[in-house]
Write a protein that binds this ligand. Structure first.
Ligand code: PMV
Length: 339
């Protein structure tokens, strides 16, 4: 075979991170920032991974890839090693799905999703890798099976810490409703997201544990988690009433933005915001965004704002704490074949 190229989107949380851990609903949304993975089968059963833009210098690694010889990566940057681990488990899932335990691949990974910033970069790489590799083997998977296998792959690398939201959202695209283990695609209009990134990342495990102990100790924290659930349900009904084929009218954006602002306030009360996230959120609001909130685990990383104008982007560019800013419309397509 010649080569198969698949891409998969990153995601932001419109509403509901953290509360989702306690069974409340959440709404992650795929965004038009993608990881692209090219896969070509080899004559032998080895795996060669090139990731020209996943680190400063890029890297190429080749290994036996038969389960006995694991990738031996001689690079110091943790994210790069993690990148290889994700490809390794994705290759295993593809071999298993296609019943081809000895298949070898040349894999090239490119991504325009900031790494480790809570935008689902690892889920996008895993989903696109499994998709391209199974297609190469003549055994394409439907998005639901792809999501399930990508979840297993992430679960393995992340020691059981993975949430189903990232891999499902990235495989299926659009807006998603998550509640417990149940993930469903929901209708949504074209949401004009703007993402601000402070260049850092929070420790998801620590932040989740922090909310858990706060919730055990204080009634207000348990109530706050429930309040987040309430406003997610409000947000879902706003989305359900908007025409999904259209750009959202001003009143829909205003209401969603308001709910995002409330959500950020509640997350702040749960202790998962940071000064840099708060500064970016306030810069977006002052620039006229309909609303702004942290996205993902918090502690650092990204905020998401709603603004169809360029004002928020411009304001964030002049915000000292903001290292990177970009528009990211809602991605209608989840994983897709490129070329
Ligand atoms: O930072 P992310 O994108 O991995 O999101 C974490 C979301 C949490 O709700 C905080 C944790 C979880 O697993 O749902």
């Amino acid at each position: 075979s010649n080569m198969t190229v698949s891409s998969a989107p990153g995601k932001v949380y419109l509403f509901g991170e953290h509360a989702v851990v306690y069974g409340e609903p959440a709404v992650p949304c795929a965004i038009e920032r993608r990881a692209t993975v090219s896969v070509e089968t080899r004559e032998d059963s080895r795996v060669r991974v090139s990731a020209p833009d996943l680190s400063l210098d890029g890297f190429t690694v080749e290994y036996g890839g038969n389960g006995d010889e694991r990738p031996d990566v001689n690079v110091s940057e943790g994210l790069v090693e993690a990148g290889i681990e994700y490809i390794d488990v994705a290759v295993e899932q593809a071999r298993d799905a296609a019943n081809a335990p000895n298949a070898g691949f040349d894999v090239t990974v490119e991504s325009d999703i900031p790494l480790g910033a809570g935008l689902g970069s690892s889920a996008a790489v895993v989903v696109a890798s499994i998709d391209a590799a199974t297609r190469e083997l003549g055994h394409p998977l439907d998005p639901e099976e792809l999501a399930a296998r990508a979840y297993r792959a992430e679960y393995e690398v992340q020691d059981g810490q993975a949430s189903r939201a990232d891999t499902f959202c990235c495989a299926v695209g659009g807006a998603v409703r998550v509640e417990g283990d149940d993930c469903q695609h929901i209708d949504a209009p074209s949401l004009p997201f703007v993402v601000g990134f402070d260049g850092g990342a929070g420790d998801t495990g620590k932040l989740v544990a922090g909310v858990r102990s706060l919730r055990d100790e204080y009634d207000f924290a348990a109530d706050t988690v429930e309040s987040i659930g309430d406003l997610v349900r409000r947000g879902e009904s706003v989305l359900a009433e908007a025409d999904p084929t259209d750009h959202p009218p001003e009143d829909v954006l205003a209401e969603l933005g308001r709910l995002m602002d409330f959500d950020h306030g509640l997350l702040e009360a749960l202790g998962v915001s940071s000064r840099t996230l708060d500064n970016m959120v306030w810069a977006a609001r002052e620039a006229g965004a309909h609303g702004a909130k942290l996205t993902g685990a918090g502690g650092g990383g990204c905020i998401v704002a709603l603004d169809e104008t360029a004002e928020t982007e411009t304001a964030l560019r002049y915000t000292a704490e903001c290292e990177d800013v970009f528009r990211a419309e809602l991605a209608r397509d989840g994983v897709r074949v490129e070329d």
